[in-house]
Design a protein. Structure first.
Length: 283
């Protein structure tokens, strides 16, 4: 029986959905490959050093981005912040400060100082958002371009954090095109860490009609990331958009559970497993 680089498990068990190729976990040393699809962004609201390392050691092969949430980046002891950024990057993971920190910098006319600090500390990405403030199109584009000019990966977030805020699919489509033209890698659809805005209602339930309208207007969904902190939201998006949908605001303890759902290794997505040919069952 052919074994996977992960140990004694048959490849038939490792990815029964058959669509999770190109993972760092699939390489001999776990670091050579970048994920070809289905990116996972983890939201770190302030876990300590040991828990952070445990998360990356256990599930780092399935994490693409770690967001140090809100404005927490400025509150860490500098040594700890540098260690967290460095450990993630050594494991092939992009690290970004939360978009609220850049919004704060914009409000206080300190955007240039923000970019200086981000680069000096070793972050390799940023989030440009308007969750709380209003950015004109010109300023939003300028921030994205400044991030790209400094060699950063830019995630442009669309949507508001205020309770009851919903997504206008047409406004999203227009903003997304402009964000991509400015240099954003992905456009993230706001849901907050609570999962109660955007395409979700106040109880966290998805609105299928809004989702369908978004994907109708933006058929290239590989350029979208959906914030989906709750399990039922992740299940909805995986079933609706496939196992390689980009998902954000994932809790540190949920990374492996999410990857299991992507692969059909959990009851919620079990029936997504591909039907195998008879020859696949050779022992």
């Amino acid at each position: 029986m052919k074994l996977t680089p992960r140990g004694a498990w048959s490849p038939l068990l490792f990815d029964p959905v058959g669509e999770r190729s190109g993972l760092r976990a699939d390489s001999a040393d776990g670091l050579d490959l970048k994920r070809s699809g289905g990116k996972t962004m983890v939201i770190d609201k302030g876990v300590g050093w040991h828990a952070y390392c445990d998360m990356i050691d256990a599930a780092g092969a399935y994490i693409d981005i770690i967001k140090l949430a809100f404005g927490t980046s400025v509150l860490y002891p500098t040594d700890l912040l540098l260690r967290k950024i460095g450990y993630a990057r050594r494991n092939g993971i992009t690290v970004i400060p939360g978009g609220t920190l850049l919004e704060t910098a914009v409000r206080h006319d300190a955007a240039s100082a923000f970019f200086d600090a981000v680069c000096a500390l070793g972050f390799d990405g940023i989030e440009v958002s308007e969750g709380t403030i209003e950015l004109g199109r010109r300023e939003r584009t300028a921030l994205i371009r400044e991030g790209r000019a400094r060699g950063l990966t830019v995630f442009a977030e669309f949507g508001k954090k205020e309770a009851g805020s919903a997504i206008n699919p047409y406004a999203l489509a227009d903003a997304a095109e402009a964000d991509w033209d400015a240099g954003a890698s992905l456009v993230t659809i706001e849901a907050r860490e609570s999962g109660t805005v955007g395409v979700f209602d106040g109880d966290g339930r998805p609105d299928p009609a809004v989702f369908e309208q978004i994907v109708k207007l933006i058929p290239d969904t590989d350029r979208l990331m959906w914030e989906a902190p709750r399990k039922e939201q992740q299940v909805f998006l995986i079933r609706a958009a496939g196992p390689n949908v980009h998902l954000g605001n994932i809790a540190p303890g949920d990374v492996l559970a999410l990857e299991a759902m992507r692969r059909g290794l959990r009851n919620d997505t079990f029936m997504m497993q591909r039907e195998l040919a008879v020859c696949d069952y050779v022992i």
